[in-house]
Design a protein around this ligand. Structure first.
Ligand code: ADP
Length: 334
């Protein structure tokens, strides 16, 4: 349940556009639906831009109706498609994008995406006369200013579903599995998945772990009669092949481990009920905030309340993994 602020619609935009950008995440569709339905409710025209900033630059957009977003709430991915657009890092290209919007009579844009997409949204807003609202759409949950991001819950559940199956094989063969989950810079997915799947250990970028301490933990488990099978959840980190390297290091300590990379399955699939709720509420709230005159902010959720954070802060500050949560995970391994 979310507490939704009651805002006064005294700065209604002429027309708004919505796009999805960067890595897709499950829940982008209910977020688009929330935007479209809330805008139409306010009597505001709403346009969908195809393929993120790439589509914006070339004016690939069309007006959306209530019917455009029928039967999408349960679908993974994004009906508007997503893209990575290097050119948008150039201010002249962003100016061109703003002109495209103005020519169509659009003065406001809602961007659903991760850190990079929100950076582009902020720059577009400060350099041009376009009002912008960002929504946190990423499975990584690594966005400052919000406790939760659209797609995180689904990704955690997808990984759990896979690991529960891997656990059956690990138990049958008394073997150790290193399961790599997404998270280049942050261990949010790994920590949540690790706690929820009852992992024997979690490896995240935030905390260095020595191979010797993993071996010690595994030996301890055997002494305590917990058997020699196990699951170690590893966040992918910045270095490609990190999990295979860890398996090789374990081997030098006579510890054989099989590697399973979950990869892109974590980004796909039907959004969970939690993500549908979050995305729907954030999508509709983005329109409320625009109508109340807000600009250059991200709408997220903190302590169950829908709230705004200046995009400048979202971009500059890093969301830290909760140390207490990680300590709790360590305690549960033992
Ligand atoms: P995500 O939004 O998932 O973090 P990316 O980091 O790949 O994904 O960013 C998505 C897109 O956002 C980029 O392809 C680019 O169009 C835009 N973007 C990213 N960083 C910037 C930046 N510094 N300035 C302007 N646009 C940016």
């Amino acid at each position: 349940m979310y507490e939704i602020p009651s805002l006064t619609a005294d700065h209604k935009p002429e027309a708004i556009a919505v796009l999805t950008s960067g890595g897709d995440s499950p829940g982008m569709n209910p977020a688009i639906r929330g935007v479209v339905r809330a805008a139409l409710h306010q009597g505001i025209k709403v346009f969908g831009i195809n393929k993120g900033y790439s589509g914006l630059i070339i004016g690939d957009l069309e007006e959306m109706t209530s019917g455009s977003v029928t039967n999408i709430v349960q679908r993974g991915g994004t009906i508007l498609k997503s893209d990575r657009c290097e050119a948008f890092k150039d201010s002249a290209v962003r100016h061109q994008a703003a002109e495209v919007l103005k020519e169509k009579g659009i003065d406001s844009l809602i961007v659903i995406g991760g850190d990079g997409s929100l950076t582009g949204a902020h720059l577009l807003s400060v350099e041009n006369d376009i009002r912008v609202i960002g929504l946190p759409g990423t499975i990584d949950n690594d966005i400052y200013g919000t406790d939760d991001t659209i797609g995180f819950d689904t990704a955690v559940n997808t990984a759990l579903d896979a690991i529960d199956k891997i656990r059956d094989t690990a138990l049958s063969h008394e073997s150790l599995f290193l399961v790599e989950v997404m998270g280049r810079n942050s261990g949010f997915i790994a920590t949540h998945v690790g706690i929820a799947c009852g992992a024997e250990m979690i490896v995240v970028p935030e905390y260095e772990v020595q191979v010797e301490s993993i071996c010690f933990q595994l030996a301890n488990n055997r002494i305590q009669g917990k058997g020699s099978s196990g699951i170690i959840v590893v966040a992918e980190g910045q270095t490609p092949g990190l999990t295979y390297n860890l398996a090789n290091q374990l081997k030098t300590h006579n510890q054989n481990a099989k590697v399973c990379i979950l990869g892109h399955i974590q980004r796909g699939g039907s959004p969970t009920g939690h993500d549908r709720m979050l995305a729907s509420c954030l999508g509709a709230s983005a329109v409320d905030y625009l109508c109340a005159g807000y600009n250059d902010v991200m709408i997220g959720v903190r302590s169950g309340t829908i709230c705004e954070t200046p995009l400048q802060q979202v971009i500059e500050k890093n969301k830290q993994l909760d140390e207490m949560l990680f300590q709790r995970a360590l305690l549960l391994h033992k």
